[in-house]
Design a protein around this ligand. Structure first.
Ligand SMILES: C[S@@+](CC[C@H](N)C(=O)[O-])C[C@H]1O[C@@H](n2cnc3c(N)ncnc32)[C@H](O)[C@@H]1O
Length: 247
C-alpha cells in the first residue's frame, strides 16, 4: 500500500521491518510461557524473562490491544523511542552486515577499533532461542530479506557456543576445545581487520574460571595483547535472572 501511494521503497521496507519487530514483541508477551509477574508491576513476565524457554505450569493471556504494557500500542511506542534514540547517537548511518565472526568480509587493517560481545561459553543457546522470533520474522518480512531468511530455522553450525551438554546429539562436536578453537579464530579475525596499534574492546561475562581461561587462551593465541581490564555492571538489578548471575 505504501509503495502504491508513492512511498520510497527503502523507507517502506524500514517501516515494515519495524512493524515486524512489534509483532515479535507481541509474540514475546503472548506465548504460553508468559507467567504472572509475582512482584506486581506490569502484570505479565515476557517469554524471555530468562535466556531460556522453561516449562511453565500455567500462563497469563495478555490483551494485544491493551494501551499500556504488553500490547501493540506500546510495541509501536517502543519502536519510536528506539528510532529516536539511535538517530541521536550517530550522524553517519551504520552499515550492518551479517557474517560469521570467524570470516569477516573486510580487508586487512580496515578498522580503527573492534568492539565485540562474544558468546558466553556454555551459558546461552542463542540460535535455538532465536528460532522463537525467527519463525515470525520469516513470515512477516522474510520476503524483504531473502538472504537472511533462506533457512527454515536459524543457522546453527557456525554458532560459537559450547553446546554439547545442551544437546549431545545435534551438537556433539561443540565441546570446550571446539569453542576455544572457534573463539581463537574469531579473535584472529579481529586482529586481522584492525589497523596496527588500534584497539579491540571485548565484553565477557561468566562466573566460571574455566570460561575465562578459554577466552584468555583464545586472546593470547590471536595476536592481540591485553592492555587493561575493567569489571563493569551492565545488567538491570531487577531482571528475573539477575539473582546470582554473571550475565
Ligand atoms: C553475548 S551475545 C551478544 C549480545 C549482544 N551484545 C546484545 O546485547 O544483544 C553473543 C552473540 O554472539 C553470536 N554469535 C555466536 N557465534 C557467532 C559467530 N560465529 N559469528 C557471529 N556471531 C556469533 C550469538 O548469536 C550471540 O548473539
Amino acid at each position: 500500500k505504501m509503495l502504491k501511494e508513492g512511498t520510497e521503497e527503502e523507507y517502506a521496507k524500514a517501516v515494515v521491518s519495524y512493524l515486524a519487530l512489534g509483532v515479535d514483541r507481541l509474540a514475546d508477551f503472548g506465548s504460553v510461557l508468559c507467567v504472572l509477574n509475582v512482584t506486581g508491576g506490569r502484570g505479565v513476565v515476557h517469554t524471555f524473562g530468562r535466556q531460556a524457554l522453561p516449562m511453565a505450569w500455567d500462563y497469563i493471556e495478555s490483551n494485544p490491544f491493551n494501551p499500556v504494557a504488553a500490547g501493540w500500542p506500546t510495541a509501536c511506542e517502543k519502536n519510536e523511542k528506539w528510532i529516536q534514540h539511535a538517530s541521536q547517537t550517530a550522524y553517519t548511518p551504520a552499515i550492518v552486515t551479517q557474517s560469521s565472526a570467524t570470516s569477516l568480509p573486510y580487508g586487512d587493517n580496515y578498522f580503527d577499533a573492534v568492539i565485540t560481545d562474544p558468546p558466553y561459553y556454555i551459558n546461552v543457546p542463542y540460535a535455538d532461542l532465536s528460532d522463537f522470533f525467527y519463525v515470525w520474522l520469516k513470515r512477516t518480512i522474510g520476503d524483504l530479506y531473502p538472504e537472511l531468511f533462506a533457512t527454515p530455522l536459524t543457522p546453527k553450525s557456525e554458532e560459537i557456543v559450547q553446546m554439547q551438554h545442551w544437546d549431545p546429539i545435534r551438537y556433539k562436536e561443540k565441546d570446550k576445545l571446539w569453542f576455544e578453537a572457534m573463539i581463537t579464530k574469531a579473535f584472529k579475525e579481529c586482529y586481522r581487520v584492525l589497523k596496527p596499534e588500534s584497539i579491540a574492546c571485548i565484553v565477557f561475562a561468566h562466573k566460571s574460571t574455566e570460561a575465562w581461561e578459554t577466552i584468555i587462551n583464545a586472546l593470547l593465541n590471536s595476536g592481540l595483547y591485553l592492555t587493561a581490564s575493567w569489571p563493569v555492571h551492565t545488567e538491570m538489578k531487577a531482571r528475573l535472572r539477575a539473582s546470582e548471575s554473571a550475565a
